[in-house]
Design a protein around this ligand. Structure first.
Ligand SMILES: C[S@@+](CC[C@H](N)C(=O)[O-])C[C@H]1O[C@@H](n2cnc3c(N)ncnc32)[C@H](O)[C@@H]1O
Length: 185
């Protein structure tokens, strides 16, 4: 191979490597393209999420960005006659949360999916739980308007939907976490 061809090939390999790295980076640190980066709901917030979600028999609950799976597990523990679906974009957290779900013994009740929630159909869920970020809220509100059935509940940790009216809030305000808000479609 001539040296010119070799240097062209190296340039193309570097470009492909950069594209792969950028893709992996955007999955592991999804902000600002897809949603919030990983942060975890503290114990008090999880208790309030469970209170406001109030899991009932037959509920289909989706968590958007299910992180390490602790919120899904707390919801499942509250009522075994529910189905919980966690959508998570970060493959490392998907593996970790599946391990946590299995350890806790909820693998039949909780399904963790490696999926970008922007591509999920929310229509089959009657409750949505989320701890996302400011940039997500107005976009996701439009998706809720389009896809959610009447009387569906949204439980959002910290961040507020710009146009929907809060039904109830629990917890203490902090700069980036703490209070949990309940909305009804
Ligand atoms: C602030 S953390 C919340 C984690 C967990 N729900 C909790 O309350 O402890 C946000 C999570 O959303 C995930 N995420 C961000 N954008 C996403 C997307 N478009 N689809 C699926 N998961 C996403 C992140 O990887 C992260 O795990």
């Amino acid at each position: 191979m001539r040296s010119r061809e070799r240097s062209d090939m190296i340039t193309w390999l570097l470009i492909i490597l950069l594209i792969i790295l950028a893709f992996l980076f955007s999955i592991i640190f999804p902000f600002p393209l897809f949603g919030a980066p990983f942060d975890f709901s503290r114990d008090e917030a999880i208790r309030n999420i469970v209170k406001l979600t109030a899991p009932k028999n037959g509920d289909k609950i989706a968590e958007l960005g299910s992180g390490d799976g602790r919120v899904c597990i707390a919801l499942a523990r509250k009522n075994p006659k529910t189905k919980i679906y966690g959508f998570e974009i970060n493959p490392i957290l998907v593996v970790l949360s599946k391990i946590n779900v299995n350890k806790a013994g909820f693998e039949k009740q909780i399904k963790i999916k490696w999926k970008n929630f922007w591509f999920a159909d929310f229509g089959k869920f009657n409750k949505i739980v989320m701890f996302q970020f400011d940039n997500v809220m107005s976009r996701i509100e439009k998706k809720f308007d389009k896809e959610l059935k009447k009387d569906s509940l949204i439980i959002s940790h910290h961040w507020k939907l710009p146009h929907w009216k809060i039904v109830r809030s629990l917890g203490k305000e902090h700069i980036s976490y703490g209070k949990v808000h309940l909305y009804k479609r």
